[in-house]
Design a binder for this molecule. Sequence first.
Ligand code: SF4
Ligand code: SF4
Length: 361
Amino acid sequence: MTKEELKQYAKSFGADIVGIASMDRFEGVPAQMDPRFIMPEAKSMIVMGFRVMRGSLRGIEEGTFFSNYSAMGYGGMTYTYIPMTVINLCKVIEDEGYEAIPIGHQSDWRGIDNRGNLRQNYSRPVEEGKPQPDIMLHLRFCAYLAGLGEIGYSKMLLTPEFGPRVRIGVVLTEAEFEPDPIYNGPKLCNKCMACVRNCPGRAISAEKTVKVNLAGHEIEYGELDCDACDIAFRGGEICKDGERGTYFADRDDIKPAPHSPFYNKPVNLYNSGQAVCGAMGCTRACMISLEARGVLKNKFHKPFRRKKLWSIDWSDYEPVEFTNTSVSELGAHTSRITDGTVKESTRRTVSLDEQHSKEAD
Ligand code: SF4
Ligand code: SF4
């Protein structure tokens, strides 16, 4: 099978962009993140990019439909669409007699934490000289090493096709394919800092940067405060002194932030989807900036931002008991919207505000 045929298969299975990295490009990568410890005989890494629909960001942008980005732009892609594609691509490679490992997001099983430190009391190497199971690939860096794009100041992968609006799946294989060059096309990140200014958690530092060397190329990005992102990403903010919050079920110091309309963090979708911030800074702001500069290939007839940004006034916030309703509980409250009002199945008509309060109680 030629490299072109392989890429054609990947696209027919659902990938939008495909690149190939040779394994020597991983020289110098920490052992806990080195794919050569997963498959020592690997000759190639095939990295596929999957676009997040620009339309999936619209509901959060306009405050009308929050679930879609978390479901279809995040968890559903990560845990359904990408695994199907990488598995299908592995089938055509294994049909040729070469082993292939389909890799998507396996971040719940890994030997290191978000900061790259070994997780305490998690696992131990199976023999001397091996890292702890499980290896955690840095998918964005894999994509960089396969030539799919740049690492922007936000540490997001920026592709010439979709900018930061992309997720990643990987196939590791013993089959050898000619590697693609590392991306050297038109510069995508111009350090506009829209990502920094628009991140609701102020999680991306404007001053402190991190430098890494990937296959001889120096990459520099803003230091990311993972704790701040973790809270803001899910729509929360830390309470002020004397306040109590119930936004997260397991903490009493988090309340809803102005970018979340929810009294309590909504349930996860497709295992991980809970992206209430809608990637306000790292994706949406960056995409708007890149589109305005005309550097992305995926063009649209209308600009993304069409309305003034909304913000919720939570100054009257009072903690409420955590009410993350299960699907069956939601079923008991089946409602329909008619002329701006919500009609419950009991035929009592209530305003949207009242309905919202009721569900939060
Ligand atoms: S928003 Fe600007 S600075 Fe941030 S990654 Fe995108 S182009 Fe770079
Ligand atoms: S996911 Fe949200 S909180 Fe985290 S860096 Fe991006 S914009 Fe900031």
